[in-house]
Design a protein. Structure first.
Length: 365
């Protein structure tokens, strides 16, 4: 293997504290760095989003940090590709009655897609990001997989399950062994402009952190086309809704129906423009099928195995049995009923701290 001072790393610099410190740590280790910031959405399309990931402010911050560290910095415009893959999919999924994970798809198609391709064109040995995660390799099988970061509160492995073996083999996660508090202290010590940048919590391209606004921008006359659909409770119509894409599984607010008890969205029928509701007990299911799977730790799952399964970003996980039923599908059966299993969301499978793989929730039974 080449010495670190002979290796080139493309660092994805978002303009936040995490990617800034990731770059600083790698520079300290002796790598040759190239800082890259990705422009992924049009500023004219979302004029109200003047801060946060991929904004003009973020590009300026990344350039400032790169200058401070003495590394070259470039901004690549991936707007067209991002729009075609991430934003269009986001709209398509909501219009099909599903709830998507755009960050998961962005990681696959943008960071470990077009950015990885660009890094290889530049002759880079690795790409690096500010994710809180770790990459490991099974010395027997030669397979790469990701593992939880040391900081459990900031762990970001859930959003990384679609990264390919090639991508993992070319990835460095410098912050995997650090806590977020340590990251900020390093940035402060180095005098980095991003030391006190707030954590990004919202979806980068969604105005005002409200996906409904984006739907109305991209789907003209949405309410006119899909409004006044039925809200059904136990086979009885109890109200009308303003369009099924405005709702997601488990939602309680905004239903404007009365049944003498709290009701929640339990199912969305996009073909018939119907939103089904139930009381809280009706939100629990024990099994579903994950499609479009990507396995990391194993090439295939030959026989059923036990794993902890997370079905949303903040989920702590629940034990389940995984049974691979086809090349692209895994049946997940929880030990105990699980609340609000949501089609379109990611299901990620863990053995201890290690990610076995993941898939997209598609079928509730």
């Amino acid at each position: 293997m080449k010495a670190k001072n002979k290796m080139t790393v493309v660092v994805a610099m978002s303009g936040g504290v995490d990617s800034s410190v990731a770059a600083a740590l790698l520079k300290d280790e002796g790598y040759n760095l190239i800082g890259i910031t990705m422009k992924t959405w049009g500023f004219d399309d979302f004029p109200l989003k003047d801060s946060g990931c991929c904004s003009l402010e973020a590009i300026y911050n990344a350039r400032n940090v790169s200058t401070k560290l003495g590394i070259p910095h470039y901004t690549f415009d991936f707007t067209e590709r991002f729009n075609e893959t991430v934003i269009d999919n986001f709209i398509k999924e909501y219009m099909a009655g599903r709830t998507p994970n755009p960050c998961v798809l962005c990681n696959k198609t943008i960071k470990w897609g077009v950015l990885l391709d660009r890094a290889k064109e530049l002759g880079a040995d690795f790409i690096a990001t500010g994710h809180y995660a770790r990459v490991k390799k099974d010395d027997v099988t030669g397979r790469f997989f990701i593992s939880n970061s040391r900081d459990a509160n900031k762990d970001q492995t859930y959003a990384l399950w679609q990264v390919s073996q090639e991508g993992l083999g070319m990835t460095l996660f410098p912050l995997g062994e650090y806590a977020k508090t340590e990251t900020r202290k390093i940035a402060e010590k180095l005098g980095l402009k991003t030391a006190h940048e707030p954590d990004s919590q919202e979806i980068c391209f969604v105005p005002n952190d409200d996906y409904r606004e984006l739907l109305e921008i991209r789907v003209p006359d949405l309410k006119k086309k899909l409004g006044n659909g039925d809200i059904v409770y136990h086979d009885k119509k109890i109200g009308t809704h303003k369009g099924f894409p405005y709702y997601t599984i488990g939602q309680r607010r905004g239903l404007n129906v009365s049944a003498g008890k709290p009701l929640y969205v339990s199912r969305i029928d996009s073909e018939n423009n119907t939103v089904y509701v139930d009381d809280e007990s009706g939100l629990y299911n024990i099994t579903f099928v994950a499609k479009d799977i990507n396995l990391m730790k194993y090439e295939t799952i030959e026989s059923p195995i036990k794993a902890k399964v997370k079905i949303r970003y903040k989920d702590t996980g629940s034990m389940a049995t995984l049974e691979q039923i086809s090349r692209t599908e895994i049946k997940v059966t929880f030990d105990e009923p699980k609340k609000s299993i949501t089609p379109g969301q990611s299901a990620v499978f863990y053995e201890g701290d290690d990610v076995v793989g993941g898939g997209v929730i598609s079928i509730n039974n």
